[in-house]
Design a protein around this ligand. Structure first.
Ligand code: PMT
Length: 401
């Protein structure tokens, strides 16, 4: 990994996560990048400019009204100098100003004056993150091509637990490296499905499964880090969009997932079906809550759902197809059978069990293709995702040189 001679402008806005950005500067410089730091006034209440100045080896800019720097239109020079702008942490207030095109301080002005790709790493309280106003601002920014990296889920400085933690400096550094290319999936469009599907019975009940979406989200992040343009179709999960994912489509039912995947597949080189898609749905969805009939059993008629992978492989031109299989027994036998029956290029099989597969943070995979296989030993889903993405890239290049 190298960022030799890359010119990165790091914007720091007001939030406690600003302390992590000190480490980020160190890590970016460790890979050879030139880093210049621009802070908002509020950011200086959390970390002093002298810290960033010492770590970056460059003067830190805060104000548009700095006579010495602005004598030669310093903000325009800085805007032209940057190859990438990364704002970490990006507060709710800064995101709002960016979404509305404000230019009322040096950092927001630079974002308007620069042609460099803009990346933001949000950090805020989970309640603020979930607020529709914040989400609407992010939507606007995403539509303009701003890449939103994170946030992560976890414990927050205020004591809350939830989505809103800034991504760790290491993850931001890796995403920055990937943004400059040189990855195994450079130039490829990867479509990934993740999570469960919910099949409604009535307005309050549904049939679902235990998939958390973690495996698919880890794959989406790993593919983006290898330079892919990633589209993530997610069932109902409570996970934030991983760093680098370009488009996320949220769905609920198998039918919606089928439609979303088929719609995006025309533009994809590779499809990875990690989702645990419901095979059946209630034949009829009751419009009103189904009432209990005391003393009588209830029979639910189920109708078969369309198979997404099978629909894709039936198309004359389709992406390279990677399926998943989760089994409680005879994993490899079923994996080979699914590979053939669904017309796949590869399948990743996992045994579900104690601490593995569904919901768990770890997994173990047997990856099978026509003429080969490889076992990936038990590890965290993010480690496995990186290994699997490497194998997918290799098999894709072999199959479609
Ligand atoms: O989400 P996590 O908690 O991290 O857990 C990850 C996982 C265990 C869900 C994941 O690793 C996994 O194994 N996913 C596949 C689950 C499964 O058993 O799938 P299946 O055997 O029902 O289907 C096999 C393949 O066909 C899958 O790629 C599936 O996406 C696809 N399929 C299934 C049904 C359907 N209607 N359309 C499909 O495309």
């Amino acid at each position: 990994m190298s960022l030799a001679q890359r010119r990165i402008l790091l914007g720091v806005s007001g939030g406690i996560a600003a302390y992590k950005s000190c480490d980020l500067v160190r890590r970016l410089r460790g890979l050879g990048a030139e880093v210049r730091v621009v802070m908002t006034e509020n950011a200086t209440r959390f970390v002093g400019p002298a810290t960033f100045q010492a770590l970056s080896g460059e003067p830190v800019r805060i104000s548009l009204w700095d006579d010495s720097a602005e004598a030669a239109m310093g903000h325009i020079e800085l805007a032209r100098w940057a190859e990438r702008i990364l704002i970490a942490p990006a507060s709710a207030e800064l995101l709002a100003r960016l979404a509305h095109g404000h230019a009322n301080d040096l950092l927001s002005t630079l974002c308007l004056a620069s042609a460099a790709p803009l990346h933001v790493a949000p950090a805020m309280n989970q309640q603020m993150w979930a607020h529709p106003a914040v989400q609407a601002n992010l939507q606007t920014l995403r539509q303009r091509g701003v890449l939103v990296w994170g946030p992560a889920v976890g414990e927050q400085a205020c004591g809350d637990v939830g989505s809103g933690r800034m991504l760790e400096p290491e993850a931001l550094r890796d995403a920055m490296v990937a943004s400059f290319g040189g990855g195994m999936l450079d130039g490829l469009r990867v479509l990934i499905s993740a999570g469960p599907t919910y099949e409604d019975i009535d307005p309050v009940r549904f049939i679902g499964n235990r998939s958390s979406g973690r495996m698919g989200f880890a794959l989406a992040e790993a593919a983006a880090l290898e330079g892919a343009q990633v589209t993530l179709v997610a069932g109902p999960v409570g996970l934030p969009t991983p760093a680098g994912v370009g488009v996320r489509v949220d769905v609920r039912s198998a039918a919606q997932m089928h439609a979303a995947v088929l719609n995006a597949a025309a533009e994809a080189d590779i499809y990875i079906g990690t989702a645990a898609v419901g095979d059946y749905r209630p034949a009829e969805v009751a419009k009103r809550k189904v009432k209990k009939q005391a003393g009588a059993d209830l029979v639910l008629q189920l109708a078969e759902n369309p198979d997404i992978l099978a629909s894709l492989s039936a198309q004359a031109a389709h992406p390279f197809l990677v399926g998943f299989a989760a089994e409680t027994h005879d994993v490899l036998i079923y994996a080979h059978e699914k590979l053939q029956r669904k017309g796949l290029d590869m399948i990743a099989a996992n045994q579900v069990g104690e601490g593995l597969g569904f919901e768990a943070s770890e997994n173990a995979l047997s990856v099978v293709w026509d003429g080969g296989s490889i076992d990936l030993a038990r590890a965290s889903k993010s480690v496995l995702a990186r290994q699997l993405v490497g194998i997918v890239a290799e098999r894709f290049r072999a199959a479609r040189p």
